[in-house]
Design a protein around this ligand. Structure first.
Ligand code: G16
Length: 543
């Protein structure tokens, strides 16, 4: 089959966001759109000649066709080999693991994560480097620059390679190895956790629901939770991946995982509930009648990780993204380990993990992970929780109560204003940014500002500087409000306001979050003048 060199021209808007390029599926399907971006990735990383790449996605609409295009382009660009998940399926953490296990040169992940899928919904593509982690900003900058200069891309005219059946085949001079998506990942989990203990927990009658949200973790959860660990059949809900995620929004939070929340807060609720997102890197944890915020989950995992065999020697350090609550900082301080604060985006954890400075990291956006891969990992977090529950024999609610008693409670909530007119959102952020230097010491809606600044990060490993990473205002008395624009949306702008209030008094540890956060919410809305500046009165999603 002849290799073709196709003439093209730069297409606007191919700048990767927080995690790769995410657009409407219809945009990705436009002539040359995907091809331009794939060639720009290949060029941006210095070519793929002789290299091995891992390729897989979350199974959303366009996954299969996009994989065939990528394989045709990898072959035409003289890649040596592509390792592909059977039927194109690989969760994001499984890709990260395979890159590391096979010492591949990188990987391409086809996913728009928790965004809905389908012809009228979202698609995405992300490059992960040889360490298994999302490309650093230096690499995504190179990729973006290529998109603005691209003149040709290379592709073979092949009509496709079999990715439905396991095995190795030749594709236009390139090797394609189709692998079981679950096997290697499940084997890794078995080296980290005490599967016998978790098996005994389930055998003792412990009950669980895992909501795979019609997304990629279904096959992983069936294999690991039900078949390997003996959880009752039916533990996994919505466990068959579908191209449009059953018409749902595969975002594991109390709003979108309502079906699971109803089970966990209903009569006869199981002991433990969890959910994961489109590509399997996010997680939500909920006990019987006890939702756990991602920030609190990170704190509990930090406090108790040593109970799992993989972390029995303790943690080197921990890291959290800036908007994540400071609960984990308090646990880290009590353990005498470092806690790093990074910008939003898993790519910022990579250097810290590679350098052995941290073992665990997490984000308010429902991502938690460790040095076992270089991505956040939904099922890993669920298994760590299960291992802790098996060791402590405590309920989720009791574990949370213990955490708050020992370290205080960081009440936390995120308010999202979606699809806001981009100019208005930018103007609001700009106006607030301009105010920041004069805020310290002033009173806003009854709270006094302690510090106000725009977060910037100096990577302690490679010295790189990342500016403009969110506006933060800390108030006297342990409250904090953070403002930033999402980098993962595909329509308009999404304004995120992150609210936090620390309470240490014993009689204030079991309030409703809305009540505890009322003052800081008033202050955030007053100082940003959000309603007047955007015309929005209520947030679209509160988590
Ligand atoms: C991605 C990144 C995360 C980040 C999240 C939210 O997650 O990998 O590190 O926290 O986006 O980003 P934003 O607030 O900019 O929308 P995912 O699960 O979407 O890949």
């Amino acid at each position: 089959m002849p290799m073709q060199t196709v003439r093209t021209h730069p297409i606007d808007g191919q700048k990767p966001g927080t995690s790769g390029l995410r657009k409407k599926t219809a945009v990705f399907k436009r002539p040359h759109y995907l091809e331009n971006y794939v060639q720009s990735i290949f060029d941006g990383i210095g070519g793929v000649e002789g290299k091995t790449l891992v390729v897989g996605g979350d199974g959303r609409f366009f996954n299969d066709d996009a994989i065939q295009i990528i394989l045709n382009m990898a072959a035409a660009n003289d890649a040596a080999k592509c390792i592909v998940g059977q039927r194109g399926i690989l969760s994001t953490p499984a890709v990260s693991h395979l890159i590391r296990l096979r010492r591949a040169d990188g990987g391409l992940i086809l996913s728009a994560s928790h965004n809905p899928g389908g012809p009228n919904a979202d698609f995405g593509l992300k490059y992960n480097g040889p360490n298994g982690g999302p490309a650093t900003e230096a690499v995504t900058d190179k990729i973006f620059k290529r998109t603005t200069k691209i003149e040709i891309y290379k592709i073979t005219a092949s009509c496709g390679v079999d990715i439905d059946n396991l095995g190795t085949r030749n594709h236009e001079g390139m090797e394609v190895e189709v692998v079981d998506p679950v096997e290697d990942y499940a084997a890794l989990m078995e080296t980290i956790f005490d599967f016998d203990k978790i098996r005994a927990l389930f055998a003792s009658g412990f009950s669980m629901r895992f909501d795979a949200m019609h997304a990629v973790t279904g096959p992983y959860a069936h294999a690991i939770l039900e078949r390997k660990l003996g959880a009752a059949k039916g533990t996994v809900m919505n466990g068959t991946p579908s191209p449009d995620f059953g018409g749902g929004h595969p975002d594991p939070n109390p709003i979108w995982a309502k079906e699971l929340m109803d089970v966990m807060y209903g009569a006869g609720a199981p002991d433990f509930g969890a959910a994961s997102d489109g590509d399997g890197d996010r997680n939500m944890v909920v006990g019987r009648g006890a939702y756990v915020t991602p920030s609190d989950s990170l704190a509990v995992l930090c406090a108790k990780a040593h109970l799992a065999p993989g972390y029995k020697d303790g943690l080197a350090g921990v890291a959290r993204s800036m908007p994540t609550s400071r609960a984990v900082d308090r646990v880290a301080a009590s353990l005498g380990i470092d806690c790093f604060e990074t910008p939003t985006g898993w790519k910022f954890f990579g250097n810290l993990l590679d350098a052995g400075k941290v073992t665990l990291c997490g984000e308010e956006s429902a991502g938690t992970g460790s040095d076992h891969v270089r991505e956040k990992d939904g099922l890993w977090a669920v298994l760590l929780w299960l291992n802790i529950l098996a060791e402590t024999k405590q309920s989720v609610a009791d574990l949370m109560a213990d955490l708050w008693k020992a370290h205080g409670r960081c009440y936390y909530s995120r308010h999202d204003y979606e699809d806001v007119d981009s100019d208005k959102a930018n103007a609001m952020i700009e106006a607030l940014r301009a105010k920041l230097p004069s805020l310290a010491g002033t009173a806003i809606a009854g709270l006094t500002v302690e510090t106000a600044d725009e977060f910037a990060y100096d990577d302690p490993v490679d010295g790189s500087h990342s500016a403009g990473q969110g506006l933060r205002i800390a108030f006297e008395g342990g409250a904090r409000a953070v403002f930033r624009l999402s980098g993962t949306g595909t329509e308009g702008a999404t304004i995120r306001i992150y609210l936090e209030q620390l309470e240490t008094a014993a009689d204030k540890l079991h309030m409703q979050p809305e009540e505890a956060l009322g003052s800081v919410l008033d202050a955030a809305l007053t100082v940003s003048d959000l309603s007047a500046k955007t015309g929005r009165v209520e947030p679209d999603v509160i988590t």
